[in-house]
Ligand binder design. Sequence first.
Ligand SMILES: NCc1[nH]cc(CCC(=O)O)c1CC(=O)O
Length: 323
Amino acid sequence: MSPTVSSPTRTIRIGSRKSQLALVQTYWVQAQLQKHFPDCTFEIHTMATQGDKILDVALAKIGDKGLFTKELEVGMLNHETDFAVHSLKDLPTNLPEGLVLGCVSERENPADALVVHEKHKDKQLDTLPEGAVVGTSSLRRLAQLRHHYPHLSFKDIRGNLNTRLAKLDTGEYDAIILAVAGLQRLDMSDRIHQVIPAEISLHAVGQGALGIECREGDTEILDLLKALEHKPTAQRCYAERAFLRTLEGGCQVPIGVNTQIDGDTLTLTGMVASLDGKRLIKDTVRGAASDAEQIGIQLAHRLREQGASAILEEIFTEVGRGH
Ligand SMILES: NCc1[nH]cc(CCC(=O)O)c1CC(=O)O
């Protein structure tokens, strides 16, 4: 019998962070691939990334791209692993030489969620009292919420999901903002108090989707990964990533997006806001889903024409360029 090319039998090594959320995501990828390729063995290799180690500094201050991905990328380049599973929103829009985004899996709800302290269980974002302390470490969430709710105050929060929820429950914060997707994947949907509508908070680029990164030209792995690809999610995320890549200039910035796919039509809405939330520039571009990246690039240029460049320039000076 001649071996068939379509059913490889080798051992595939998957790189993953060790956080609970990362592992849940990686186990899901492993189970899906095992179902499609029963003759392969899929091993998980966990690694701690810089982002897992530095827990006491505000993310915006670290500002380093690839904070949650770099060690995993080195593993692939050294052939210690074959691919890495990431929350797509943590994966920089420019990848190191020799690595590619191999596939994007089906997205969960990409929205942000409000999680409140028990004493506010009858409240929503617009009814939280004056001065209520909202925890977030994302400049995007901060700027948009300040824009809509100037009466709230904001405080940085770091650590994994459980750490953040514990800090909320002990009363350090009145409420915190988390991704709906992360809470759902960890089976903590009951903590979602309010799904924040897109009119109030545009989500992060790639939020709610998994991105799998692998070596460029590794056709065996790229073929395997096709089994996990979800085309509409991929097209939405390619548009979102092209938008961010065209706009950003080297650090964490308040940029949010929303995408819809209706048949072959992709609609991308994006915004850039100043840190104080006073200026917020938002626009929408619609086009063929097959032109996803062009839609993202076009929207980035439109926002720049409307003043986004000035806002971004200010932020780079304020937060520090090239951290
Ligand atoms: N930056 C941390 C991070 N990376 C991915 C998620 C959630 C899951 C996702 O968006 O896919 C989170 C936590 C959060 O933002 O609440």
